[in-house]
Design a protein around this ligand. Structure first.
Ligand SMILES: [Ca+2]
Length: 398
């Protein structure tokens, strides 16, 4: 069975020890994830077979981080040639929200190439129902699949919606955006082509600046509907805190008060000031919680465009399963429903790892395990929301 737990508040609206850029994680192969969007170089040969930069490694001649630079080099092996493409990457921190990354690719004799690009994988939930900006043009990204190719054009600047803000990419020359739902995928893919002469690839370069701008977020209080605290002193008594597993396995290590998780501002309720409760625990198993849904009013202004959840599950089923839904009711009476799926929006609170629409926003430990919470994004209809109840309905699976 599954227990779906929302913590303290939802919100409207850190990087690792490598480059200290908000919402950025640089991988050991030089690919990087910026606000939930994976950036990596891809080569497509004349039969559209794909090669990636997974064999790149940090340049042994350069100390990582010297002068704010990280250098990588290595082969990209393509079936189109016995010799690999040699790729060099220089990643530079420009500010706490921006980077510059430049690439130089060479192939000794020239390899047949359909597309050689910096490839961006954007989870559907970040962009569907919103628009991207390509230079001065605005292009809507459909909520349901319509066409594979959404954008194909020469352009210098691309602005897209990511997990908790926007990414502005400058320095490109040509962009293709396709909808991978055509093949059952859950990503939009943006290909930023390298500059190079037509024909087989012998030499190509690309240098882009990428800037993250977080959305302004405002905590929405769950204080009127919370039913559990974080600390639990006695296991399996149907009351107290979190998953009711006693003090050896509770969430008392979560700090109270304002919490910025995955770039989104939440406000963690102090149970001492709120009927002894701080989080919303939903389950259809009465063993775990009698509560199956809750409705939360959201203040009138300002007009919000996104909803973020700070949450986790316990007793999480294996495989991706719908474990609840969020229904938004707009002031004009219309509704939108977002299903919450395990391994897409949310996962177990023990040893969390990031998912397509579930960034690990907070981590800590308790007496049993490393623990954490996920931040998930829900797009609201633009320009329609001013005030509505928010209902969350948890469903048991087990
Ligand atoms: Ca208890």
């Amino acid at each position: 069975m599954v227990l779906w737990i929302g913590v303290a508040s939802v919100s409207l609206a850190a990087s690792s020890s490598n480059p200290d850029v908000s919402m950025l994680k640089l991988q050991s192969d030089g690919a990087f994830v910026f606000d939930g969007v994976l950036f990596s170089v891809a080569h497509f040969d004349s039969t559209w077979k794909r090669a990636e930069q997974t064999a790149l490694r940090p340049d042994p001649a350069a100390v990582p981080g010297t002068n704010g630079e990280w250098k990588f080099a290595g082969p990209m092996v393509t079936p189109a040639s016995a010799q690999p493409i040699m790729l060099k990457e220089t990643f530079q921190r420009a500010s706490d929200r921006s980077i510059r990354v430049s690439y130089v690719a060479d192939h000794a004799s020239g390899v047949p190439t359909e597309n050689f690009c910096l490839d961006l994988m954007v989870p559907v939930n970040y962009m569907a129902g919103k628009s991207v900006r390509v230079d001065e043009q605005t292009v809507d990204m459909p909520t349901q699949f319509k066409d594979v190719q959404l954008v194909v054009k020469a352009a210098k600047t691309l602005v897209l919606s990511a997990a908790t803000g926007t990414l502005t990419i400058k320095g490109i020359s040509r962009v293709l955006i396709q909808d991978n739902r055509k093949w059952g995928g859950s990503y939009f893919e943006a290909r930023l082509e390298f500059s190079r002469p037509k024909g087989p690839l012998q030499h190509a370069e690309l240098a882009v600046d990428v800037t993250y701008e977080p959305y302004v977020s405002t905590p929405v209080s769950l204080a009127s509907v919370t039913n559990r605290a974080f600390a639990d002193d006695k296991a399996n008594d149907g009351q107290g805190g979190w998953s009711d597993e006693g003090s050896g396995n509770d969430l008392s290590s979560l700090p109270l008060g304002p919490l910025v998780a995955a770039g989104v501002t939440f406000d963690i309720i102090d149970p001492a000031k709120n009927r002894g409760t701080s989080c919303l625990v939903i389950s259809q198993s009465k063993t775990h919680s009698a509560l199956t849904q809750a409705t939360v009013p959201v203040a009138n202004t300002p007009t919000y465009t996104h909803l973020y959840l700070l949450h986790a599950t316990a007793w999480t089923p294996s495989g991706s399963t719908v474990i609840g839904k969020v229904t938004t009711t707009y002031t004009d009476g219309s509704k939108s429903v977002q299903e919450i799926k395990t391994y897409r929006e949310v996962g177990n609170w023990w040893s969390p790892s990031t998912m397509p629409n579930g960034i690990v926003g907070w981590t800590g430990t308790n007496k049993s395990a490393p623990v954490g919470l996920y931040v998930s994004h829900i797009a609201w209809k633009r320009n329609r929301f001013t005030r509505s109840p928010l209902s969350r309905q948890g469903r048991q699976r087990g």
